[in-house]
Design a protein around this ligand. Structure first.
Ligand SMILES: NC(=O)C1=CN([C@@H]2O[C@H](COP(=O)(O)OP(=O)(O)OC[C@H]3O[C@@H](n4cnc5c(N)ncnc54)[C@H](O)[C@@H]3O)[C@@H](O)[C@H]2O)C=CC1
Ligand SMILES: O=C([O-])CC(=O)C(=O)O
Length: 311
């Protein structure tokens, strides 16, 4: 199986590394616009083959998409990250043009690929990719919910002092500081509701910490995070390549689900070899429904800005 990652920066290179370690692809091509950068990252990662014991071939390319031909999955991480104090939404002006151009070049060489969108603001970049390429909705997947859910489980495990791998939970909604919705009501410690272990106040703090999880790391690091984002992409790509039918919250086109139309937002999806194989329409309570509708309003407003940006 062949995977292409566009963007050899912090997130892109970590995606390559994490996918190579999972031993799920025969070849990974990494593309960047910066001369020699992707080639350098590819060579560095290839020089870990013998110490880490994987056989995936990693190839770097400076903007030559012919090397990406025939990819099964392509991942778009190209674009600028935010700096401390910024929101993801502020990146739209620069990233929209980058993502559109990259998506067109990728599909010219890999017309059957499943596209994973990572660049921010991710829900709007996913919607843009869908509109610009005209691909069926099952083949355009925005990655945000997998990451936000892993952060949610981390904060729950810290608050409960229990192992993160025994915690189940999902974050839906937009991938934004104020738009994501950690589903505390449905989170569990091996099936037991987390409300049995944490007070309402403690759960509210976990939800709040999860929502600003990316902003907190941006403040600490001076740029946004990459280890958990790269690992989340690899987790999603594994589910596609190995047809795992995992339920992963992803940003996908909604056509009536969750009361929304013509918008890409995070909802639980069954992910397999066809990409998004099913949207799981879970029964939200009234408060969660209201949060979802508010989140959709914000994402839709951002999508509206695409018209003026792209002409
Ligand atoms: N959806 C999510 O959960 C997450 C999204 N992100 C987003 O991912 C994006 C990348 O973040 P980082 O890797 O930290 O940034 P970075 O600055 O380290 O890397 C971005 C790379 O994209 C390259 N690039 C720019 N224009 C390009 C083009 N037209 N073609 C090919 N390559 C191009 C740059 O040369 C650079 O190497 C940002 O927009 C960030 O906000 C980051 C983390 C999580
Ligand atoms: O916070 C950011 O800007 C990058 C991102 O989407 C995340 O780490 O969740």
């Amino acid at each position: 199986m062949k995977v292409t990652i566009v963007g050899a920066g912090n997130v892109g290179a970590t995606c390559v590394d994490a996918i190579a370690h999972r031993r799920i692809a025969s070849e990974i091509v990494v593309v960047d616009i910066k001369e020699g950068f992707a080639e350098g990252k590819a060579m560095d990662i290839m020089q870990t083959q013998t110490t880490l014991g994987f056989n995936t071939k990693v190839v770097g390319s400076t903007n030559d998409y012919s090397k990406t031909a025939g990819s099964d999955v392509v991942v778009i991480t190209s674009g600028i990250p935010r700096k401390p104090g910024m929101t993801r939404e502020e990146l739209i002006g620069i990233n929209a043009g980058i993502v559109k151009g990259v998506a067109e070049q990728l599909l010219a060489h890999s017309p059957n690929a499943i596209v994973v969108v990572v660049s921010n603001p991710m829900d709007t970049m996913t919607y843009l990719t869908l509109k610009a390429t005209g691909l069926p909705k099952n083949r355009i997947i925005g990655m945000g919910g997998a990451l936000d859910s892993s952060r949610f489980k981390y904060f729950l495990s810290q608050a409960m002092d229990k192992p993160a791998n025994d915690i189940q939970g999902m974050v839906i909604g937009g991938h934004g500081d104020t738009t994501m919705i950690p589903l505390t009501r449905l989170a569990s410690y091996n099936g037991v509701p987390v409300s049995q272990f944490l007070s309402e106040e403690a759960l509210a703090k976990v939800a709040a910490d999860t929502m600003v999880g990316g902003a907190t790391l941006t403040g600490l690091l001076g740029t946004s995070a990459w280890y958990a984002p790269g690992a989340s992409v690899a987790y999603l790509v594994d589910a596609i390549l190995n047809d795992q039918k995992k339920m992963i919250p992803c940003s996908v086109l909604l056509e009536g689900e969750y009361g929304q139309d013509d918008i890409c937002m995070g909802v639980p999806c069954i992910i397999g070899k066809n990409g998004v194989e099913q949207i799981v329409d879970i029964a939200l309570n009234d408060a969660e429904k209201a949060l979802f509708a508010k989140s959709a309003d914000a994402v839709r407003a951002m999508n509206g800005d695409l018209k003026s940006i792209l002409g």
